[in-house]
Design a protein around this ligand. Structure first.
Ligand code: ARG
Length: 564
């Protein structure tokens, strides 16, 4: 049911192969104003090939092409404007959605190819930041969109669980830590210890040496150091898991930076073999002058490896483990240089596949126009944000629909959905102003607005005793007033394709808002439940809308309650 393609094929027949079907399909547009038809074919390109005026060509084509799918063909200047046959097309759309249900919109692009997605990746013993929230939400939605396009996403949480900071943390814990306190509130307590370490180290520089030696022990596999590290990691993960559970996000792998400890010698050796390592300020670096990038630091003067070294090892590991089609990194914009260097170093090593690594950057979360950071000591806990959003949603339900069953479940779906939708509704590179009130509004471009529209449509179906075995061909219906909604339903596969091509979930978010608006307008103008011959046809349309809204929200990682 791709009417662009259909038109391209008809044009191809009529043109007797002067220009390929694919090229024709590329040329076909969707007029901004529906009064100019549903599809438009501009004749400029053909005019050059045929050495005739575009208008003349449009005129000729208008008299030769025909199809039961076209209601009317109009020529305006260089454009051939096609009006689709509303009845035929509507019935096809409704039938297709009814048959495919949640599979509607699937794209046969990926052929089951694997795509690791590096996402979320918070740092152990540190608070889960707004940046990590963005990475989690964008990564999760991209995974769902890729799956819809027939890829196999592999969601990897590349935890920040290694580095010199763990030497400092162990030192601080041994000096001032209490096991009970850490157990009760791991991240808060470990952060306090870490901050204290830095404060005291200003007075007593020997602490820095102690930290260094604990990290050395950790790297050398010392039992006590390793046990403490493992414990910090486990406790932090427990805390992160609560957030992931709330947001309904699961991972295929938690291989973080520490996982690559025993895989870095190989990277260093590969670089040495190809004489890519040079000494600079006692450190080992890879020069990237030709690539016009600063050198990539591989080993510090004391022999310690770095973030970049671990990412090189991780890239090799992912290539060998998953034989990926593409490998994605959903990481904030401030790390763009790091990923450029990473790809450049792998390119220098002769790995052609490095070109399939894609950094997917995103902008910042702002509060009153300023970066929302987890400042020293003051922690903006994401869990609190989610809890607050859920309780506000719960409050709204109490006001609007006090008799609702499963209030707690719905409040969670709406509260969490609001936070996720707010993050995804704009192109990811845009900074976002954080505002719970804004997120939870029931009007405008919000998650609750789309969820509410879905629930309203479900309620119409319940009231109309809709049964899904209805067949559109049983009724003669003009579909005139429904046309805007029908054309929106037809757009869903295109929105998915755009989201996939641009790694941009906002394409789907904007789409569900547009569909919800078109539906609400229809709902305001037409008595859907009026008992006449056409009631079933209208209900079938409503049903299609519920299917597509629900599936669109699902692709964003947002649930769609039937009632709210
Ligand atoms: N843990 C890092 C941070 O919080 C993000 C890691 C991103 N992934 C990667 N493979 N480098 O900044």
């Amino acid at each position: 049911m791709n009417f662009k393609k259909e038109l391209a094929e008809i044009l191809f027949e009529s043109l007797k192969g002067e220009i390929s079907v694919q090229d024709l399909e590329q040329l076909i547009e969707k007029p901004k104003n529906q009064e100019h038809g549903d599809l438009a074919f501009p004749c400029f390109t053909l005019a050059k090939v045929k050495r005739k005026s575009p208008n003349q060509i449009a005129q000729e084509l208008s008299s030769t092409i025909q199809s039961p799918l076209f209601e009317k063909i109009e020529v305006i200047g260089a454009y051939l404007n096609i009006f689709l046959n509303k009845q035929q097309v509507s019935e096809q759309v409704i039938k297709e959605i009814g048959t495919l249900e949640s599979r509607y919109g699937m794209q046969a692009i990926g052929n089951g190819g694997k795509v690791p997605i590096d996402m979320s990746s918070p740092n152990i013993a540190k608070p889960f930041s707004m940046g990590h929230l963005r990475s989690t939400v964008i990564g999760n939605s991209l995974a769902l969109i890729l799956e819809k396009c027939d890829y196999k996403p592999v969601k990897i949480n590349h935890l920040g669980d290694w580095g010199t900071q763990f030497g400092k943390l162990i030192t601080a814990y041994k000096l001032w830590g209490e096991a009970e306190k850490v157990k009760q509130n791991p991240i808060k307590e470990l952060l306090t210890l870490y901050i204290r370490f830095h404060d005291e180290a200003e007075k007593d520089p020997s602490l820095v040496d102690q930290g260094r030696s604990w990290f050395k022990k950790l790297e050398d596999g010392d039992k006590e150091a390793h046990e403490l590290w493992q414990w910090f990691r486990d406790e932090s993960l427990k805390e992160f898991s609560r957030i992931y559970d709330l947001m309904n996000v699961a991972f295929d792998s938690f291989n973080g930076e520490a996982f690559y400890n025993d895989k870095m010698d190989r990277v260093v050796k590969l670089l040495e073999e190809q004489q890519l390592l040079v000494e600079s300020d006692q450190a080992q670096v890879v020069e990237l002058t030709e690539e016009e990038l600063p050198p990539c630091l591989i080993k510090k003067s004391d022999g310690a490896t770095l973030y970049a070294t671990r990412d090189l090892a991780a890239a090799l590991y992912r290539h060998e483990t998953y034989h990926f089609d593409k490998s994605l990194y959903v990481v904030g914009n401030e790390q763009s240089l790091h990923f450029k260097q990473l790809k450049a170093v792998l390119g220098k090593l002769g790995y052609d596949w490095a070109k399939n690594m894609v950094h997917i950057p995103f902008g910042m979360m702002l509060k009153d126009g300023k970066k929302m950071s987890t400042r020293k000591g003051k922690v903006v806990l994401l869990e609190e944000v989610l809890d607050e959003s859920i309780s506000m949603a719960r409050h709204n339900i109490e006001e609007k629909n006090p008799n609702l069953e499963n209030k707690d479940i719905v409040a969670k779906q709406v509260g969490v959905g609001a936070v996720i939708f707010h993050d995804l509704k704009n192109f990811r590179m845009n900074d976002i102003e954080f505002s719970l009130e804004e997120m939870l509004r029931f009007e405008g471009e919000t998650g609750p607005y789309v969820q509410y529209t879905h629930a309203r449509a479900c309620s119409i179906l319940r009231k109309g005793n809709w049964s899904a075995d209805w067949q559109p061909s049983r009724i003669d219906y003009s579909w005139e007033k429904e046309w805007k909604v029908i054309t929106m339903l037809m757009e869903f596969p295109n929105a998915i394709k755009r989201a996939f091509n641009q790694y941009d979930p906002s394409q789907v978010a904007k789409y569900v808002v547009d569909l919800a608006q078109a539906f609400n307008k229809y709902y305001g103008e037409v008595k859907i439940l009026e008992d006449n011959n056409e009631k079933q046809a209208r209900l079938a349309l409503v049903y299609s809308v519920t299917v597509v809204l629900k599936e669109g929200l699902r692709l964003l990682g947002v649930e769609a309650p039937d009632e709210m």
